[in-house]
Design a binder for this molecule. Structure first.
Ligand code: GLN
Length: 495
């Protein structure tokens, strides 16, 4: 039998069900790997006893014949999801030591399917970032906060904000992880670390218990090695949550594994002209072109389309997301959760000191931008304009979907960059979000599929974007491609 960390989610689930291995043995195996690879700084919290307790419960359910479909399969959660068994920080000092009294809906649904939580994964503070360099709490085994390292080259970023999730899956520290995507945070780190990740349609997964960044954009999704594993996880985590998230869609959960093998004959793949412009690095372009050739071999037809407002997605997103963040983050005031400043003379000073000490630079920058664009004098000029253009961006996609079934292009203009490269230039990092922001603003499902390697032998992700609720179509297209290629099976050296 191959080592446990080489097995897919589906294979592990089968081995567990057939009692070839126990959930406790499986959990111990992955916890040992996590300890051996702490230098990646992927985990922010572990509690071996809590994990083993969950694993024992999974073994008991398997023995009793009452186990869920994914019983005993380990998963690690982005530290944006609150969990009652593990501390939850959103990567921020302001939540240091915070313990939630409940599990996020996504966490609970996966636990109901029998999954065992290995721990909490690093992310940019409050999911604001593209490099996982703005995490403000130390990783497990570290004394000071450290960026997550890319398992393909530890001198490079893992991407963000779900960098811990991507690195953990790529390094085989977990067979799967949860992530969240507000403007690309599942797709971009998945692309940079050579794994598969899908952000479903806005509202498909419940946001209950996901620490809010920009509520009209935030969406949860799975990250794993293959599209077929993502299909299993997405089926388990999606579904309406009417009592807890009023924006969750009233669409029943769905079995995404079903259509995975459908033929791609005649599938029209739209290539937005604007995604292949001069900003796209040649190495990434070459990998994407090769992937598109493979799709032609699989029977798909390539059609050129246009998403004319692609460039506007950056200013629009960086107005709307900070606006919502400035409102969402007002709840961190030293009273209800986590950190409170020590010395203060009155309530106002307590608020000010707590927030000054608790938030990092990027978070403060966005709170200031958000407060500014929502202010009385500037609301019409910035926020309202941005909302109008957001609608036009969504309309552009509907025009495009008249000509094609799915849209394909790069996830990011380059492969993962070196640690520290963009830390002094936040706008340079914002610009790298160009290909992921449009689908986020439109609320469309998007995924990243490993599609080869670029400069420095770093992974390149192919982005697939579908129309509303067409996750199944994306997973099908990704799965057929993965049957014909092996990029998703490649392992970084040493893992
Ligand atoms: N990079 C984008 C940002 O910094 C997206 C982050 C995300 O999707 N959470 O906001």
């Amino acid at each position: 039998m191959p080592e446990l960390h080489q097995l897919s989610v589906a294979e592990l689930a089968l081995h567990l069900r057939e009692k070839k291995v126990s959930a406790v043995e499986t959990a111990q195996h992955f916890l040992a790997r996590m300890r051996a690879h702490q230098d990646l700084a992927a985990f922010l919290a572990v509690d071996e006893e809590a994990t083993l307790t969950q694993a024992r419960a999974a073994d008991a359910a398997i023995a009793a014949g009452s186990a869920g479909a994914l019983a005993g399969v380990p998963i690690a959660h982005k530290d944006i999801f609150v969990t009652k068994d593990f501390a939850s920080t959103a990567g921020s000092k302001i939540l240091a030591g915070y313990r939630s009294p409940f599990d996020a809906t996504v966490v609970r649904r996966l636990a109901d399917a029998g999954m065992v939580t290995l721990g909490k994964l690093s992310c940019d503070e409050f999911a604001m970032g593209s490099a996982n360099e703005s995490v403000a709490v130390p990783a497990v085994g570290h004394k000071v906060p450290s960026p997550v390292r890319n398992p393909w080259d530890p001198s490079c970023i893992a991407g963000g904000s779900s960098g811990g999730s991507a690195a953990a899956v790529a390094a085989r520290l977990a067979p799967a992880a949860s992530g969240t995507d507000t403007g690309g945070s599942i797709r971009q780190p998945a692309s940079f670390c050579g794994i598969t990740g899908i952000k479903p349609t806005y509202g498909r997964a419940s946001r209950y218990g996901m620490i809010a960044y920009a509520s009209s954009l935030d969406q949860a999704g799975p990250m794993a090695r293959s599209a077929s594993d993502c299909a299993l996880l997405l089926s388990a985590l999606c579904g309406p949550d009417p009592d807890r998230d009023s924006t969750s869609l009233d669409v029943p959960a769905q079995d995404y594994s079903r259509g995975l093998n459908d033929k791609l004959d005649g599938l029209r793949i739209g290539l937005p002209r604007e995604f292949f412009g001069p900003g796209l690095a040649a190495d990434v372009r070459a990998a994407i072109d090769a992937a598109l050739k493979e799709y032609e071999k699989l029977g798909a037809k390539l059609v050129e389309i246009s998403l004319p407002r692609t460039e506007l997605a950056i200013p629009v997103y960086y107005i709307i997301a900070p606006a919502e963040a400035s409102s969402n983050l007002s709840r961190f005031d030293g009273v209800k959760f986590g950190h409170r400043a020590k010395d203060y003379t009155d309530l106002l000073e307590m608020y000010k000191k707590t927030r000054a000490e608790g938030f990092g630079d990027e978070v403060k920058r966005r709170i200031m931008v958000g407060t500014y664009v929502l202010s009385h004098g500037y609301y019409d000029a910035y926020y309202l304009q941005a909302q109008k253009i957001r609608r036009l961006i969504a309309d552009d996609f509907q025009q495009a979907f008249k000509q094609c079934d799915v849209i394909a292009g790069p996830v990011a203009p380059t492969v993962a960059w070196a640690l520290g490269d963009k830390t002094d230039d936040p706008v340079a990092a914002y610009l790298a979000d160009i290909y992921t922001l449009p689908a986020s603003l439109a609320g469309l499902p998007g995924m990243s599929v490993p599609a080869g390697f670029g400069a420095g032998n770093m992974p390149v992700g192919l982005q697939l974007i579908g129309n509303y609720l067409q996750e199944g179509k994306l997973l099908n297209a990704a799965h057929r491609y993965q049957q014909a290629t092996d990029f998703h099976l490649r392992t970084p050296e040493g893992f």
